[in-house]
Design a protein. Structure first.
Length: 160
């Protein structure tokens, strides 16, 4: 484990597991989201690639990926969350009638690769929920300042 990984959040810090906002809820991203996550991003590839923070990154892959490959990615995100080295959240919207929340996006909080002392935050929402992009960012920034141990000047989150 690198120093950046060890110091990303203090050992005694309780990592928030949820945030409820207007029209969405966050919960840690994990394998239980696989089918809904895969459907969410594969249906919005061009939109996500045009979202601030994702422009020019090559993700999501234009050709998509298999359910097995997506599952492996979600397992990795869940492991990183439990190891406290990076935090990925599924952005959920309450579903009508079926009791399952729809995946409408994702949020990622991790040390910046180029500057590990900085916090890199990125998020995307499905194209059909684009109106939630700015409110999600605003709510997440408020949450990061209030509930996380990060100095606001260290947080990099592309404006909307």
């Amino acid at each position: 484990m690198t120093d950046a990984q060890q110091t990303f959040v203090p050992a005694g810090f309780t990592v928030p597991r949820t945030l409820v906002g207007d029209g969405f809820r966050l919960e840690p991203l994990g394998p239980e989201h696989n089918d809904r996550d895969l459907a969410a991003w594969t249906g919005s590839i061009a939109h996500i690639r045009a979202t601030p923070g994702f422009v020019g990154r090559g993700w999501p892959p234009a050709e998509g990926m298999t359910a097995a490959a997506n599952l492996a990615d979600l397992v990795r995100h869940a492991r990183e969350f439990e190891e406290r080295v990076a935090f990925a959240y599924s952005v959920l919207e309450p579903a009508d009638g079926d009791g399952r929340d729809d995946v409408i996006g994702c949020l990622y909080v991790h040390p910046a690769r180029e500057a590990p002392d900085r916090i890199q935050v990125s998020s995307w929402v499905r194209a059909d929920r684009a109106h939630l992009d700015a409110p999600l960012r605003d709510a997440v920034l408020t949450w990061l300042h209030a509930a996380w141990p990060f100095e606001g000047t260290r947080i990099d989150y592309a404006p909307r």
